[in-house]
Design a protein around this ligand. Sequence first.
Ligand code: AMP
Length: 300
Amino acid sequence: MSLVIVGSVAFDTIETPWERKEKIVGGSCTYCSLAASYFTRPKIVAVVGEDFPKDTISFLKKRNIDLRGLKIVPGGKTFHWQGRYGYDPNQRETVRTDLNVFENFRPEIPASYKKADIIFLANIDPDIQENIFLQVEKPKLVAMDTIGLWISSKPTTLLRVLKSVDIFFVNDEEIRMLTNERNLIRAGKKILGMGPSLVILKKGEHGALVFGPDLLFGILAHPCEDVIDPTGAGDSFAGGFLGYLDKVRSFSKREIRRAAVFGSVMASFTIEDFGIDRFKTLKPGEIQSRFEHFKKLISF
Ligand code: AMP
């Protein structure tokens, strides 16, 4: 099968109570495609400026990510996001967002991407998500993610996209915002009535819940003693989840559960270092052994 990921490739400035990193590589599409690359060959659609580091592009290529859909704007400046974490890694504040090359981005899907089986509309402007949706030919599965910024600034387009997708990745804060429902079970059920047939509710260090009309499955986050930088955990979860489904070519309930565990495993690696650095050393054997460790952790 094949997986197309549309999202941001970015510079992130990250502040934690212990350290600050200025303009390191991040972005929803970057994290997601790197995590997925351990299971399949993801194809990305994104835009960067001429300031984007060439060695990162080489690294993405080395990870076997298809970059035919990555546009480099001559003289342009790459999207920049700045976030601040407190002592609770689940709490983060967006300090600034510079759209830069995103402002005029009208994505064009390469012909070789149009018949993809799985499309992931990672966190990006809902207008761009919708535009991509209109360009692909009958995918077997469409998933999406978003953030509070788009829920408050573009709710109409966002709800329209949501109506047509199969899987919605969302965190506790965002689902409450979107449904006006404090109880997460009721909020999850509400989303199932708004379009998607599966909701993946991410709860940071407390794991995730998978909701379907006849499915409720909970997973832990891998117990990690040193969370260096929580950025990208959600995107890596989606990359592990969708990359695994693309690899096994099945959307059965059993594979959905396993995919959720692989999602959680990939997120757990991302947060062990700043930005995408953990992917520079991560080996497939480490993923498999963490998956096995997970099994022991949750069986009784
Ligand atoms: P996550 O921690 O998984 O929710 O994703 C963090 C990533 O989302 C960061 O690397 C940012 O570059 C990216 N991001 C933040 N805000 C936006 C936005 N408004 N549009 C697209 N990507 C964003």
